[in-house]
Design a protein around this ligand. Structure first.
Ligand SMILES: C[S@@+](CC[C@H](N)C(=O)[O-])C[C@H]1O[C@@H](n2cnc3c(N)ncnc32)[C@H](O)[C@@H]1O
Length: 232
């Protein structure tokens, strides 16, 4: 397939916009350390300059396949594929790219879900599709990763989709606080040291409590009820 990796010379110059070809993405994600994380449905991934989602879309495809392999019923698959989706985060600066990113994530999720749910002899559950849209819109931010701000200059906010038994608790944090708890900006850690975006490190424990008190609190709910966005 002929993939377009550059839209214009001006965009390359202004924003460093060069998309990664799919075969390179697949090769990079095939690294054993990455595959371990892909097989862990809750392990988080952040694409900080997401473009149209070259990495996130492929991660979604692979995590959806893992969700299917780990599910013994439609009810469990409905939950697992939303857990997998909720682990993927992206930030992109340009508005048209973010629109494509969100659309690509929604289309990929819908296609795979509608196809794979038939393995259990069931029809697609509309609540799964609606909840998926809410997760994608919350996890894909338009903004400047380096300045931690969104398109309006306000702090980028990300939701943690915390597993509580078979339910989920949505908790919001500023992107800045998430980065600060994982070490000085710009440091690259060893694969073995890479931590989850919302890891309960000692350094983050106190700030976490403080930050949480500043956002509306979402009620704990079933994964398929995320679309209701009910507050406590
Ligand atoms: C080299 S492209 C990579 C896109 C995608 N990750 C891929 O592999 O196809 C870099 C992307 O980062 C975006 N970008 C540039 N500066 C950024 C910033 N400060 N914050 C967020 N996104 C940024 C650009 O608009 C562009 O879409």
């Amino acid at each position: 397939m002929n993939e377009k990796i550059i839209k214009s010379a001006e965009r390359v110059k202004n924003n460093g916009e060069v998309f990664t070809p799919s075969r390179i993405v697949k090769m990079m994600l095939a690294q054993p350390e990455i595959q371990v994380k892909i097989k862990d449905l809750s392990a988080t991934f952040l694409e900080p300059s997401a473009g149209e989602g070259a990495f996130l879309v492929e991660l979604l495809k692979q995590k959806m396949a893992v969700s299917l392999s780990k599910s013994s019923s439609a009810t469990i698959y409905n939950r697992n594929c939303l857990i997998a989706l909720s682990s993927l985060y992206g930030i992109e600066y340009l508005e048209d790219n973010v629109e494509m990113l969100v659309m690509n994530m929604i289309t990929t999720f819908n296609q795979l879900y509608i196809q794979d749910i038939t393995n259990f002899g069931k029809k697609p559950n509309q609540h799964v599709l609606e909840s998926a849209k809410v997760i994608i819109r919350a996890n894909m931010a338009q903004g400047d990763t380096l300045k931690y701000v969104d398109a309006n200059g306000k702090p980028i906010i990300f939701s943690e989709w915390k597993r509580v038994g078979d339910s989920v608790k949505r908790v919001e944090y500023t992107f800045k606080s998430i980065i600060e708890q994982s070490g000085p900006t710009g440091t690259v850690k060893d694969a073995t040291e890479q931590i989850d975006l919302f890891a309960d490190t000692d350094a983050f424990a106190d700030t976490k409590k403080e930050i949480q008190s500043k956002f509306p609190e979402y009620a704990r709910c079933k994964w398929t009820d995320i679309y209701k966005q009910k507050l406590e």
